[in-house]
Ligand binder design. Structure first.
Ligand code: TYD
Length: 231
């Protein structure tokens, strides 16, 4: 039987470059010989991707904050059972673009449903599964959001799809201000798990910081060499 793997999550506001950084880290880990699973929320399973469509499409009107939170957890419960737990049990490093910290920051703080509700649901629906490490990508909220909006408009136009992923991008500045505060509060509460990475540099600089963090926090074979290499 293989040793249990590691669970690493990426968090941050829309447009901070999480997905790019996750891909880069996955490549480095694979080169170092690790088995890697890359996944995302909402989504990551066939059911989860259908939930994602409902939750993110700007055509979904009138969704209540509580229903929105329930959708995020429905996607997550399925994702843990189908992808995350089996990956960890098989000894893989599971990299996940967003997890429960997103729900605490967006629904708990952004939508003002409170952290307690999110954490309680996490216990009930997710068996209180905790990441071994969370990379919180921090950046200027307005710049990140502009980036996310441009990207999503581009994708919507070029794909000719009848749905889009713009529902959250239509939120106000104060909403995203609360989301960012929510994230910073989680990082303060759980400094052993959550590491804030300044995402305002170039993608290469940010990648270097992330490799250093992962290598420093988790004893992963073959990674320390990469840190010295990249210097
Ligand atoms: P994502 O695809 O990661 O967006 P981006 O690449 O722009 O960062 O996430 C989609 C949106 O879903 C994002 O606006 C945040 C939102 N979200 C929540 O509100 N709660 C959650 O629990 C999750 C997982 C995502």
């Amino acid at each position: 039987m293989s040793r249990r793997g590691k669970f690493i999550t990426f968090e941050g506001l829309d447009g901070t470059g999480k997905s790019t950084q996750m891909r880069k880290l996955a490549a480095v880990l694979r080169e170092a010989g690790h088995k890697v699973v890359e996944t995302r929320e909402p989504g990551g399973t066939a059911t989860g991707e259908r939930i994602r469509r409902v939750a993110l499409d700007s055509g979904t009107s009138g969704l209540t904050p509580l229903a929105e939170m329930a959708l995020m957890f429905a996607s997550r419960a399925q994702h843990i059972a189908e992808v995350i737990e089996p990956g960890l049990a098989a000894g893989a490093i599971v990299l996940c673009d967003r997890f429960t910290d997103s729900t605490e920051a967006y629904q708990g703080n952004g939508r003002r449903l409170g952290s307690d509700a999110v954490r309680e649901l996490h216990r009930v629906l997710c068996g209180n599964l905790q990441p071994d490490l969370t990379i919180l990508m921090d950046s200027n909220p307005q710049a990140s959001l502009n980036r996310a909006r441009r990207r999503n408009q581009r994708v919507s136009k070029s794909s000719g799809r009848s749905h889009d992923e713009n529902r959250f991008e239509q939120e106000t500045r104060s909403f995203f201000g609360r989301v960012r505060e929510g994230y910073l509060a989680i990082a303060k509460r759980e400094p052993g798990r959550v590491v804030i990475v300044d995402a305002r540099g170039t993608p290469a600089q940010t990648h270097q910081k992330i490799v250093e963090v992962v290598s420093g926090k988790l004893a992963l074979a073959g990674l320390a060499r990469r840190v010295h290499h990249a210097r």
